[in-house]
Write a protein that binds this ligand. Structure first.
Ligand code: CMC
Length: 427
């Protein structure tokens, strides 16, 4: 097998080693490229560039495979609890019962949020987007939990992880309760992580909340499916912010902002808005398909296409089945589910989508489930963030433990050169 590649430049040949991964991926190690040749590489959007070596998540976009720490996503989504998956991602192995009990009880212990955070939440207008609120409150957690993390201390690291895992669902629930005008509440130490999420989000002040197994099972599955996705935009943001040795909460707050965009996690909100617009327009899916294909029209079929998957997104397959199950079990008939299925059918047999290998992604059907659970559309990306939290933590921890250098890309400068400066009066 080849061990290196050669590059010839100015009649000189340079050799660069190949780096292999455990799933047979190969990359060219160009760490010495600039020092040896004076050249840099140019790769906008990092379509060909690996930013790190990582042992957290593997995905094969051509085959539609996704694994967390070696476990198939299908097995985890169907057989595990979200907190087990969080533990697996962060610490590298599935927990024993004793380890999981300890993780859960440490989280319960930390699940109080400083009451003063409510003042910050209160000062947001009701119309504020929940993702903006979530990013701000996550950043504010740093101010209320100021001790810095010594990444060489396992104890310090564990404390920071437990703190954010505990407080994040509380501020997620508070964000939804603010939107809905409901009083703020706390978790219940007797309940599991996901049951607590459901209760904190949905409990009304004038009645008890009976846990609904359909709702908690659907939430559990969605959170697992969103828990990590290797070096996507928000995760890369978390790693690059953390690479300056910014703290965990600050890095995660930056990741939330990155996730918000409609090309990334914000797509789940955009999909429902698109399906609603198609419905309001009379349900003519062909018209919107034509718009998506028209290069003079900025409209894109939201929830379709992926940077890495050039085949079915395995998460979308699971979510589509779950959407059907959840709507059936809850007795909900949602006409936009039919519109979504119609669009998918058309896209899968349309040469534009087939040639470009555009398939439904994780966001195409997830919003239909969130909607059936009674979550407001603007909260969908917040739910994505709640699921992604363990992935961001795992990747941040790995980056710091590997002592990665600060992220600082190069550029090819294309601006003006050698302009003559004139003082303001002379311009
Ligand atoms: N509708 C219509 N055309 C599309 C779409 C789409 N959704 N996605 C890609 N294309 C076309 C694109 O116009 C381009 O065509 P051409 O080769 O003729 O110029 C080709 O397919 C390749 O697209 P690209 O934009 O170069 O691909 P990318 O890897 O840079 O972008 C993407 C990936 C996910 C941003 C893009 O597919 C997209 O905008 N999808 C809609 C938004 C979405 O659903 N995002 C959620 C992604 S999955 C969850 C997550 O990561 O958060």
């Amino acid at each position: 097998m080849e061990k290196s590649v050669k590059l010839t430049y100015k009649n000189e040949t340079f050799e660069f080693p190949l780096v292999g991964g455990t799933e047979d991926e190969l990359g060219i190690d160009i760490k010495k490229l600039r020092a040896l040749t004076g050249l840099v590489t140019l790769d906008p959007g990092f379509k060909n560039s690996g930013s790190c070596q990582s042992g957290v998540t593997f995905l094969d976009g051509e085959k539609g495979v996704l694994k967390y720490r070696g476990y198939a996503i299908e097995d985890l989504a169907n057989g595990a609890d979200f907190l087990e998956v969080a533990y697996l991602l962060i610490f590298g192995e599935l927990p024993t019962s004793a380890q999981l009990d300890k993780f859960q009880s440490d989280i319960n212990e930390e699940s109080i949020v400083d009451e003063d955070l409510k003042v910050i939440l209160k000062s947001f207008p009701k119309t504020a987007h929940p993702m903006g609120i979530l990013a701000s409150l996550t950043s504010a957690l740093t101010a209320f939990n100021p001790s810095s993390v010594d990444v060489d201390s396992e104890e310090d690291m564990y404390k920071a992880i437990v703190t954010i895992m505990a407080k994040f669902p509380v501020i997620v629930a508070w964000t939804q309760r603010k939107v809905k005008g409901l009083p703020l509440n706390y978790s219940d130490s007797k309940l599991s992580y996901v049951d607590n999420v459901a209760k904190m989000m949905f409990k009304k002040p004038n009645s008890d909340y009976d846990l609904n197994p359909t709702i908690t099972a659907a939430l559990n599955k969605l959170l697992i499916l969103h828990a990590d996705h290797e070096q996507n935009c928000s995760t890369s943001t978390v790693r690059i912010v953390g690479s300056s040795h910014a703290g965990l909460f600050a890095s995660i707050s930056a990741g939330i902002s990155a996730l918000w965009g409609p090309l990334h996690g914000g797509a789940n909100q955009a999909v429902i808005e698109m399906l609603e617009a198609i419905k309001a327009d009379g349900g003519d899916t062909k018209k919107f398909m034509a718009k998506a294909k028209d290069k003079n029209d900025s409209f894109r079929l939201m929830g379709f296409g992926h940077r890495v998957y050039k085949n079915f997104d395995p998460r979308a397959k699971i979510i589509k089945v779950t959407a059907d199950e959840v709507l059936n079990e809850l007795g909900i008939v949602d006409p936009i589910l039919d519109i979504a299925k119609g669009l998918e059918q058309e896209a899968l047999s349309d040469t534009y989508f087939v040639d470009r290998k555009l398939y439904p992604n994780v966001d195409f059907y997830s919003g239909i489930i969130y909607r059936a659970l009674g979550i407001p559309t603007e909260m969908f990306t917040v739910m994505f963030a709640l699921g992604r939290l363990p992935g961001w933590i795992a990747q941040w921890r790995e980056m710091r433990m590997n002592n990665e250098p600060i992220g600082r890309p190069r550029q090819i400068y294309t601006g003006a050169t050698e302009k003559v400066f004139k003082t303001l009066k002379k311009r």
